[in-house]
Design a protein around this ligand. Structure first.
Ligand code: ADE
Length: 230
């Protein structure tokens, strides 16, 4: 079973995402275990302090190394980790291929930053991978950790049924997914494409592939021309 440990100052922010829907089903099926760790529980002083002013001055607070080191080392005393991932806007842009790769790992730690960031020594001495979920700055790493965990969990074998298979997702072949429709076949004269009602599976597959290609050409030509988006 895969295990994901998430270190954060705001565990309640993550609960709403990872204890519902598909991630919840994956946990109920015993395919993944998610544990949240409140960084304040690892603070070293009685004020449960986890952040402090930056050396050299400047705006914003910085997460201290001691509580993070204590939390990580306690977890490492219980099992070994394949990756200790820090969520940060200056990390490597997260792609479906990264989700695919991480879904094959056993034990992961996701470390959420806050305020102006974390003491650089955490990144040098503990973190093995740094991930950004996009070129914008969030208030903290919690949303980013939830995004990464969700994208990874749904790819663990057995989490999705055949009908919801990840094989037909956008990005899976570096293509965007084709359009989908459901009943009614005619709403105010807005009709579902005939081919989808034809029962001709080969024609349907071809149509879907054509639409995927067209959509990708129109919206994301970068996916077709480069390998770095993989
Ligand atoms: N923390 C703040 N912004 C972030 C981003 N864009 N990606 C990952 N972690 C973040």
């Amino acid at each position: 079973m895969m295990r994901i440990d998430i270190i954060t100052v705001l565990p309640e922010l993550i609960e709403g995402f990872l204890f519902h829907s598909i991630p919840k089903r994956a946990q109920d099926k015993g395919l993944v275990e998610i544990q949240l760790h409140n960084l304040r529980d690892y603070a070293t002083n009685k004020y449960r302090q986890v952040d402090d002013y930056p050396f050299g001055g400047g705006a914003g607070m910085v997460l201290m190394i001691e509580p993070i080191a204590r939390c990580i080392e306690k977890l490492q005393s219980e099992r070994s980790y394949d990756e200790i991932i820090y969520l940060t806007p200056d990390g490597k842009p997260f792609k479906q291929a990264d989700a695919n790769e991480l879904s094959g790992k056993q034990n992961l730690i996701l470390l959420c930053g806050h305020y102006k960031g974390i003491d650089e020594r955490v990144r040098e001495h503990f973190v093995t991978r740094e991930i950004s979920i996009g070129d914008y700055v969030l208030s903290g790493g919690e949303l980013a950790a939830a995004v990464v965990a969700d994208a990874v969990i749904r790819l663990i074998p057995g989490v999705l049924s055949d009908e919801t298979s990840a094989l037909t997702d956008s990005f899976q072949d570096n293509l965007l997914a084709p359009p989908v429709y459901t009943r009614p076949a005619d709403f105010r004269g807005w009709k579902v494409p005939d081919v989808l009602l034809s029962g001709n599976h080969k024609a349907i597959e071809e149509w879907r592939y054509e639409m995927s290609l067209k959509r990708t050409q129109e919206r994301r030509p970068d996916l077709l021309s480069s390998n770095d988006s993989k």
